[in-house]
Structures are given as C-alpha cells and as structure tokens.
Design a protein around this ligand. Structure first.
Ligand SMILES: NC(=O)c1ccc[n+]([C@@H]2O[C@H](COP(=O)([O-])OP(=O)(O)OC[C@H]3O[C@@H](n4cnc5c(N)ncnc54)[C@H](OP(=O)(O)O)[C@@H]3O)[C@@H](O)[C@H]2O)c1
Length: 262
C-alpha cells in the first residue's frame, strides 16, 4: 500500500465529479485525508460514498460551497482544517465552461466565467493560506487547461481568458508565497474523459481521439497522478510552473504531422 500522503490534508475544489473526483481518488489511494467541495450537496454526498472505497488510510468528507464567494471559501477551509487538523495541499480545480460565441456574449457571461474560474481560484488560495503556512510540505495545484494558455476554441474565448489568467496569478503567487515554502503550480489538461464528455457520444469522442498523437483521451486519474507528483516531497523545488497533460495534443504543427503517424 502506497501511503505517501498519509496524514496529509488535501482540499479539492470541484471534487464531486469529473477531474476533481479523479484527483481525490488518487490522493485517497495514497493515504491522504480529502475534503471535496462543490455547490450541489446531493452530488457531494454521492461522491463521498463512491470515493470512500479508495481510501488507503485516510477518509473523505464533503464541504458544500461556491468558490466564487469569499465567505464560502473561508468556511470551506475552516471546515477542512477542523476536520483534518490543517491543510497541506490545495487543488484549486473547480471550474465551469459554458459555450458562448463572442458576438452573443454578454457582460454577465464574462462575469460568471471569471468569477468561478479565476476569482474562485484566487479566493480559494487566499482562504487556505493561514493553514498552508503551518504545513511541512505546503502545496497549491491549480487546474488550468491547454485552452487559453496554449490553444483556442471558438465559443470558449472567455473560458480561455480565465484559464490563461490562472497562470498569470500562479506566477506572482509563487513568488509571494515562496517565503512560506508554499509551491504554486498548475496542471494543464487536454481532453479528459469526464462524465460530461461521455454524454457527447462515441462519434464525437472518436473525432477527438484522432487529433491526439497518443490516440486516446486522458482519464481523470491521469490528472490526479500529475497533481500527486506536484504535491510530492520530490517536487519541492518546482514552483510557478505548469505541467501539460494532453497526450501530445498540442504538439503537431499541422494536420500533416498527425497524418504521418496514422
Ligand atoms: N474535462 C476536461 O477535458 C478539461 C480540460 C481542461 C481543463 N479542465 C478543467 O478541469 C476542471 C474540472 O473540469 P471537469 O471537466 O472535471 O468539470 P465537471 O465535470 O463539470 O466538474 C466540475 C466540478 O466543479 C464544481 N464546481 C463548479 N462550479 C463551482 C463553484 N462555483 N463552486 C464550487 N464548485 C464548483 C462542480 O460541482 P457543482 O456543480 O456541484 O458545484 C464539480 O464538482 C475545470 O477547472 C476545467 O476548466 C477540464
């Protein structure tokens, strides 16, 4: 049994489904105590029931809240700290991605996207700070995306802006928090097979697979393993960086490069 994160307290925002749930599974499997966060309590309780079986030595709890609200962020971190004796690792993962063409986009669409994805990331780090400062191996890991920092997709310009913004935040935060030995890094997932993506059907998924050199979509656990590495003692000297986990999706310089390997 791998208990690398034994006794560590990990908070995973957006841990009730999708990538966050995969991250939770990996940390639980390595012995951590995990607090998952989401707005929907039914989903949260269902995720706790589903994830409990993966706990090596620790346990999993659900904290209900909206990461775009400062008071909720504060309450969630208080809950996690009281429950598990502090916070060692924060995975700022909660995010939304409603599609909207630029010509139809309203100020409200932009406000919502930035409130959850960007402001929510900053607020959650800020709320966790006083606890992270007391940890021996404090870590912040942000779930960004290839969309925005590296690539673009019509209909997701406001999403791309929020995901690139997370990296701008990361770099300055990494410098500011270095004095507490808190590292701040990001994972940049490509196309990851979540419950939402599965609903799009096999034809759509096959089309996505064909654009990825490794020939398959990523799993939520693939992102969990990348987070576990960045949270490990071995990664103590890495800060302010991003780790792309995309099966090589961002590598081909043209369609011909993909055709050449098919
Ligand atoms: N899936 C991909 O291929 C992919 C690729 C690149 C990047 N990402 C990034 O990965 C992260 C997770 O995406 P996903 O695909 O796993 O999404 P998902 O399946 O829709 O899950 C999103 C999670 O975030 C929670 N959440 C959403 N808004 C929240 C808020 N305001 N406050 C608290 N929790 C909130 C959701 O719970 P509630 O709805 O109950 O709040 C849920 O637990 C996002 O940051 C996304 O940008 C995903």
């Amino acid at each position: 049994m791998d208990t690398r994160f034994n006794d560590k307290s990990v908070v995973i925002t957006g841990g009730t489904r999708g990538i966050g749930k995969g991250i939770a599974k990996v940390f639980l499997g390595h012995g951590a105590n995990v607090t998952i966060v989401g707005r929907n309590s039914d989903d949260g309780e269902a995720a706790v029931a589903a994830l409990s079986g993966y706990a090596a030595t620790g346990s999993v709890s659900f904290a209900q809240g909206d990461m775009s609200l400062e008071s909720d962020c504060v309450e969630i971190m208080e809950f996690a700290s009281q429950h598990y004796g502090g916070i060692d690792i924060l995975c700022a993962n909660a995010g939304i991605f409603p599609e909207k063409a630029l010509e139809a986009m309203t100020g409200a669409d932009i406000d919502l996207m930035l409130a959850v994805n960007l402001k929510g990331t900053i607020l959650s780090v800020k709320a966790a700070l006083s606890y992270l400062k007391n940890s021996q191996n404090p870590r912040v890991i942000i779930t960004s995306s290839i969309t925005g920092p590296m690539t673009g997709f019509p209909g997701w310009s406001h999403y791309g802006a929020s995901k690139a913004g997370q990296l701008g935040f990361m770099r300055s935060a990494a410098i500011e928090l270095a004095k507490y030995k808190i590292t701040v890094n990001a994972v940049l997932p490509g196309n990851i097979l979540t419950e939402g993506l599965t609903d799009l059907g096999s034809e759509y998924l096959d089309g996505m697979r064909s654009s990825i050199p490794l020939g398959d979509l990523g799993t939520v656990e693939d992102i969990g393993y990348a987070c576990a590495f960045l949270a490990s003692p071995e990664a103590r000297y890495i800060t302010g960086h991003s780790l792309v986990v995309d099966g090589g999706q961002t590598l081909p310089e043209s369609q011909a490069a993909l055709d050449a390997i098919r």
